[in-house]
Design a protein around this ligand. Sequence first.
Ligand SMILES: O=C(O)CCC(=O)C(=O)O
Length: 273
Amino acid sequence: MLNDAQKQHYDDHGFVAPIDIFTNAEITAIRAEIEAAEKKWHDELAGAGRNNAHYVLPVLDAITHDSRILDAVECLIGRDILVCGTTLFIKPPHTDGYVSWHQDARYIGLEPHNWVTVWLAIDDVDEQNGCMRMVSGSHKAPLQDHIDTFGEDNILTRGQTVPDIKIEDSVPVIMKAGQLSLHHPRIVHGSGPNHSDKRRMGFAIQSYIGADVDQVIGKIWVQHARGDDTYHYHQHAGRPIKAMQADDLAFRHQANECLSDIFYAGADRKGKF
Ligand SMILES: O=C(O)CCC(=O)C(=O)O
């Protein structure tokens, strides 16, 4: 559960971190399992395969449905919780990949904004290895215009960017592996390159939505996480029992195609992811 100070921080600043969730032993085991899966099924967990990997990998499914995370999410969006997607954000050591300043709600098509993104640190994250940075309080303003840059090293689908943000106007979200941050749909955020010798891996549950949240751009599937889905806006998806089953992979492919249509709606071309 979030305490009052943590809830207040989220309301005032648009994010809250770090929140302790997994112990050292738990996150070490989680990291080892993800790394083993990457070795065994490289193509399924690279590029666009980093989207919605919770549909095909039980270790990520278990994180997504962990009751400790859902307790924190419930404090922000209420008891009726659905999961509509996840992304592994990985930056190898000494690479230029970055995430430009953006607001999730500008492109994701989830309305109203009764939803929250959880970003779990699988590795320790700091300024050197490209942790997320938040423009505190920016969630209180309306959605801003973004420019599609399709930047070569930009990890975002279309390189969508809110122009004229200065790094000194943002705060770094420094966390230990096993901790997570929660951020608001409208907060302006981004992250820099990984200048360190170690890989930076985060697992974003993007996002947990209230049952009252519709998808206004395209089609998504959801998993039930907690409470009741009284609105029945979305088709429900199952959960994986074993890793990389053919049916789950086929379903994930379909879900990712629909997600791609949402992310690139209105763009003049599609990018890498
Ligand atoms: O992992 C990152 O650096 C950025 C992730 C992000 O933008 C998000 O989870 O909304």
